[in-house]
Design a protein around this ligand. Structure first.
Ligand code: CTP
Length: 397
C-alpha cells in the first residue's frame, strides 16, 4: 500500500506519528503532507523521521519528491488518507479549491480518498459541514464517522478522530479483493412503512446501516449494486443504483422484478410483517368517549419466501433478527425460507443490531456451515458476509 497521509490543523494531529508507524506495521509505505495549521499541532520533523521521507509542508519548497511535488506524489500514491480532516479542508475538497499543498495534491490524486473529520461537535453539526461531507460521499470519498467522547475543547460529543486501528482497517478495505467483479448484486435495506392514515404508520427500528454497508462494500469489490431501500437517513454510497420504496409490497415488487437479472440478493431489510387492512383516507380522530383504537392488520407478502420459489433463483442471503434462541430460530428460518445463507443477529443486545454502529453475527449455511462474525463495525461485518458469499459462488462455478 502506497499512502499519502494529509495532516490538517486539528488537535488529533498529535496522533499522526503513531498512525504512520501503525500503517507501516500494516505493510504500507507512507508519505506525509502537513498543512501550515497542521504543523502547529505536530512537528513535521517527527513525521519525516517516522515516515523516513521528506514531509511536504510548503507548496513552493522542493522536498525531494522530484519534479513537481504534488504531481510526482500523485503518480506514486495508491490512496490518500486525510486524518485529521478539518472543516476547512473538507470545504476545499468539496469545492475543488487548491490554495495550499494538500488541497492542490488532492486535485492531482487519482484513486481512493479516505477522510477522517475531527473537530468540535458544533462545527461538525453545522449544516455547511454536513453538506460538504455529503457532497464528498456522493463523489465516492470514504468519510470515516468521527467517534464521540470528551473533546480537547472540553465539550462532549461527536468529533474525535478514531484510533489508528479503525483508520487502518478503512484504508485496507480499499485494497481488498475485487471478487464480485461482473456480478449483479441486489441488497435490501432499512425498514418498511405501512400507512394507518395520512399521518401515521407502522414501522420498526431498522436504520438501514447494515444494508448500506453491504451495498458499499459490494460495489468496492466490483459488483454492480442495486440498493432497494426503505426510508432511512443514510447517504447512498457512490456508484450504487438506488431504488427507494416505502411499503413491503413496493419492496416485494422491486425485488421480484429485478431478481431475474441478479446473481446475488442480500435481504438486510427489516420488512414489516403486517399492514393495516384499510388505510384511512383522513386522519383518524380520537373518539370522544375516551376509548381506545383497534387496528386490524393483515399479513404482508414474504418477499424472501417468494424469491426462493423462483427457478432459477439468485444466491440468497437472508437476515434473521432474533431476541431469543438465536441459532435454533435462524436455522429453522433458513430452512423455511429457502435461503443459501442466513445472518443471525441478537437484536435484544442494544450494542449490536438495530441502529447500532457495530454488529456481531452467526452465519448459517444451507450446507450446514456455521461461521461466527465477532463484534466489529457494520462495515467489517459486511466484508465478512461478502467473503462468505464470494467463496460459495466460486465453488459453484
Ligand atoms: N423478510 C421478507 N419479507 C417479509 C419478512 C421478512 O423478505 N415479509 C426477510 C427479511 O428481509 C430477512 C428475513 O426475511 O432477510 C427474516 O426476517 P425476520 O423479520 O427475522 O423473519 P420473519 O420471517 O419476519 O419471521 P419472524 O418475524 O416470525 O421471526
Amino acid at each position: 500500500m502506497r499512502i499519502v497521509l494529509g495532516v490538517t490543523g486539528g488537535i488529533a494531529a498529535y496522533k499522526t506519528p503513531e498512525l504512520v508507524r501503525r500503517l507501516q506495521d500494516a505493510g504500507a509505505e507512507v508519505r506525509v503532507i502537513v498543512t501550515e495549521a497542521g504543523a502547529h499541532f505536530v512537528s513535521p520533523l517527527s513525521l519525516a523521521v517516522v515516515s523516513n521521507h521528506g514531509v511536504v509542508t510548503d507548496q513552493w519548497k522542493d522536498t525531494g519528491h522530484g519534479g513537481v511535488d504534488h504531481i510526482e506524489l500523485a503518480r506514486w500514491a495508491e490512496i490518500l488518507l486525510i486524518a485529521p480532516a478539518t472543516a476547512n479542508i473538507i470545504a476545499k475538497l468539496a469545492y475543488g479549491i487548491a490554495d495550499d499543498q494538500l488541497s492542490t495534491y488532492a486535485l492531482a490524486h487519482r484513486g481512493p480518498v479516505v477522510v477522517a473529520p475531527a473537530m468540535n461537535t458544533q462545527m461538525l453539526l453545522h449544516p455547511t459541514v454536513g453538506e460538504n461531507l455529503r457532497k464528498l460521499q456522493a463523489r465516492g470519498v470514504d468519510v470515516i464517522e468521527p467517534d464521540a467522547g470528551l473533546l480537547a475543547c472540553g465539550d462532549e460529543g461527536a468529533g474525535r478522530m478514531p484510533d489508528p486501528p479503525v483508520l487502518i482497517e478503512r484504508v485496507r478495505s480499499h485494497f481488498g479483493a475485487r471478487d464480485l467483479e461482473g456480478l449483479n448484486l441486489l441488497v435490501t435495506a432499512g425498514p418498511t412503512r405501512e400507512a394507518i392514515d395520512p399521518v401515521r404508520y407502522i414501522s420498526n427500528r431498522s436504520s438501514g446501516k447494515m444494508g448500506y454497508a453491504i451495498a458499499e462494500a459490494a460495489r468496492r469489490r466490483g459488483a454492480k449494486v442495486t440498493l432497494v431501500s426503505g426510508p432511512t437517513m443514510l447517504t447512498v454510497p457512490a456508484g450504487v443504483t438506488l431504488q427507494q420504496v416505502t411499503t413491503a409490497t413496493e419492496m416485494r415488487d422491486a425485488v421480484l422484478s429485478a431478481a431475474p437479472t441478479q446473481q446475488i440478493v442480500i435481504k438486510a431489510a427489516a420488512v414489516a410483517d403486517f399492514a393495516p387492512v384499510t388505510v384511512a383516507e383522513t386522519k383518524i380522530k380520537k373518539s370522544t368517549d375516551g376509548g381506545g383504537l383497534t387496528l386490524e392488520l393483515k399479513r404482508n407478502p414474504d418477499i424472501l419466501a417468494e424469491l426462493s420459489q423462483l427457478t432459477p433463483h439468485p444466491f440468497i442471503v437472508a437476515f434473521a433478527a432474533e431476541t431469543n434462541d438465536v441459532t435454533e430460530n435462524a436455522r429453522e428460518k433458513l430452512r423455511r425460507k429457502g435461503a443459501d445463507l442466513i445472518v443471525a443477529n441478537d437484536v435484544s443486545n442494544r450494542s449490536i443490531g438495530f441502529d447500532a454502529e457495530n454488529n456481531e453475527a452467526l452465519v448459517l449455511g444451507k450446507d450446514g456451515s456455521e461461521t461466527r462474525i465477532p463484534f466489529s463495525s457494520k462495515r467489517a461485518v459486511a466484508e465478512r458476509i461478502l467473503d462468505l458469499v464470494g467463496a460459495r459462488l466460486k465453488t459453484k462455478t
